[in-house]
Every structure is written in C-alpha cells, then in structure tokens.
Design a protein. Structure first.
Length: 212
C-alpha cells in the first residue's frame, strides 16, 4: 500500500560513543522502548517508512532493534575516528534513486511530534528552496529536509563545519527556507545526563497528555 510520504527518505545517525552521556544514549530506556526506538517511531507515525539508521558503536546491540522496527541501516566502522558528517555520507550512499527528499535527524531527538514532521514535509513541497529547516523560538532544529540535489554537495564538501557548512553554502545562494513550528522538541537532543532527565520528564508529560 502506497503511503503519502513513501518517496521520502529519513536518515538517522546513531553511530557515536555517547562520551558526554557516559552511557550509550540510543539504547537508554524511554517509555516501553528506548531513545532510538522513539526517534524512529516518530517518523513511522508520520507515515515515513523508508528509514536508514547509521550505526557504529555497539552496533551488534542496535541492529536487532532496527530489524524489529523494519528499518535499514548503514555501518560506520570508523565511528571513533570520524564525525557525524562521515556517518551522514555513509547513509546517503544507501538512499535509493528517486527519493523526493531526505530528512536528517540525530538518533537522540526522540519526541518530535509526527504532526511536526508532516508539516515540515508539506512546507518543503510548497517552496523551491533546496533545504527547509524547522525553527522554534528563533533556533533551527530537526528534522531539516534536503533536496536530493544536495546529496552531491554533501558527499564532496571539504570544509570543517560538517552539515552546517553545507547548509551555509546554500544560505549564501538564498536556497534555504525555514518553517516556524511550536514543537520545542525539535531543539532537544540528549547529550548530557541532565538532558536525559529532562527527556524523561517531557515523555511523562506527553504520556499524561496522550500526545505521544
């Protein structure tokens, strides 16, 4: 059965060692699952089925989860020596031809509302910019949507600013649009123990409000 967003690809990066967290954050408990599971399911609930997760550290623990959730994966075997951009590049090599756009998200941003994801895609479809980024409280968040035309530039980028550097090049060309959203979770990653504590509180609030 064809879904509305079938032609879009989601690329989730979960390859790093979580040094600042001191524990492997993708598999930290959240609700009935874990952080990475919640991140993936946010996109699945929005109707996105073509999901690629880049794994590295503890991949032998993560891959069984991904198989259970029915998502594809790419492996960054040099996760301890490379940055997020390299993981993104490895994931992009798995993107199938004909994709309408690529949504990027770290694996530790698990509470973005499915309705927010849908609104980002719908806004992207209405404008001609190559990149669309959700913005909340004046700050850029996740998941940005990239035109497939940007893939080549990401793969060939030589600067030291990662994906932010690629976005900067498109901003200079006035080919980046922003969408104001009310969902503050687009800004909330989970790098530190106090971030995880905040996440657990936010999840509980969502659960009580039945917004999940």
């Amino acid at each position: 059965m064809r879904t509305k967003y079938q032609d879009y690809t989601v690329l989730i990066v979960a390859a790093g060692c979580s040094r600042r967290m001191k524990k492997f954050k993708p598999l930290l408990p959240l609700g009935e699952g874990c952080i990475l599971q919640s991140t993936i399911e946010s996109f699945q609930r929005a109707g996105l089925k073509n999901i690629i997760v880049v794994v590295g550290y503890k991949r032998h623990e993560v891959i069984p989860l991904l198989k259970t959730l029915g998502v594809r994966y790419a492996i960054n075997r040099d996760y301890d020596e490379t940055d997020m951009l390299e993981s993104i590049r490895l994931g992009l090599k798995e993107v199938k031809a004909g994709t309408s756009g690529i949504l990027f998200c770290p694996g530790d941003v698990p509470l973005i509302l499915p309705e927010t994801i849908k609104s980002v895609i719908e806004a992207y479809e209405k404008q001609e910019a190559k990149i669309l980024i959700p913005v909340c409280c004046g700050k850029q968040g996740h998941p940005p949507v990239f035109s497939p035309e940007v893939i080549g530039e990401i793969l060939s980028y030589k600067g030291d600013e990662g994906l932010r550097g690629v976005i900067g090049e498109y901003e200079k060309r006035h080919e980046v649009s922003c969408l104001e959203v009310e969902d503050e979770e687009v800004l909330q990653d989970t790098d530190l123990p106090e971030d995880y504590e905040r996440l657990l509180r936010a999840y509980e609030q969502r659960r009580k409000g039945e917004i999940l």
